[in-house]
Design a protein around this ligand. Structure first.
Ligand code: T46
Length: 136
């Protein structure tokens, strides 16, 4: 499984750092939605789903967390610890977010508007879905 992590360019000067993200330049898709999570409960694991078509970039803009990616045959854990790094999460990828530091803010740039019908929330259904696609 290929993990795609972007290192964004901080524009730093003696006032501090600034990261700018533009669609199709820094981000490989049109950004239709931004959301973020914070105040995560200690020990919580979020996600537990895949998307049929949504692509996203996850950026832990404060604190740290870990992302478990699972394409149905391989799993990888990717730490997010810097506000200038972004993890690309493709469609057809089971994801779990965990090990949030108490100050973590996980921001997500998404290629589509929120659509519950794009979610696969059952793991067995996810395995069936990716296996049937690989047979096509
Ligand atoms: C994903 C991971 C990384 C909305 O109303 N609009 C939205 O755009 C989103 C993302 C969520 N919601 C509502 C739906 C639920 O009532 O917010 C609540 C929490 O959403 P969810 O349980 O899906 O959150 P996570 O953290 O498990 O997953 C989220 C995204 O849903 C998902 O697409 O890839 O973050």
């Amino acid at each position: 499984m290929q993990v795609i992590k972007y290192m964004f360019q901080p524009h730093g000067d003696d006032r501090g750092q600034l990261v700018a993200l533009e669609e199709f330049k820094d981000i490989p898709f049109k950004i239709k939605r931004v959301y973020y999570m914070y105040d995560t409960t200690e020990g919580v694991v979020r996600g537990h789903h895949a998307h049929k078509s949504l692509e996203q970039i996850l950026i832990c803009i404060h604190g740290s967390c870990k992302i478990r990616l699972d394409n149905g045959s391989e799993k990888k854990v990717v730490p997010l610890e810097k506000p200038y790094e972004g993890l690309y999460v493709a469609n057809d990828m089971w994801r779990e977010m965990f090990d949030f530091s108490s100050d973590a803010v996980l921001m997500v740039l998404a290629s589509e508007l929120y659509d519950e019908s794009d979610y696969i929330r059952d793991y067995d259904e996810f395995l069936e879905y990716v296996n049937s696609k690989s047979e096509e």
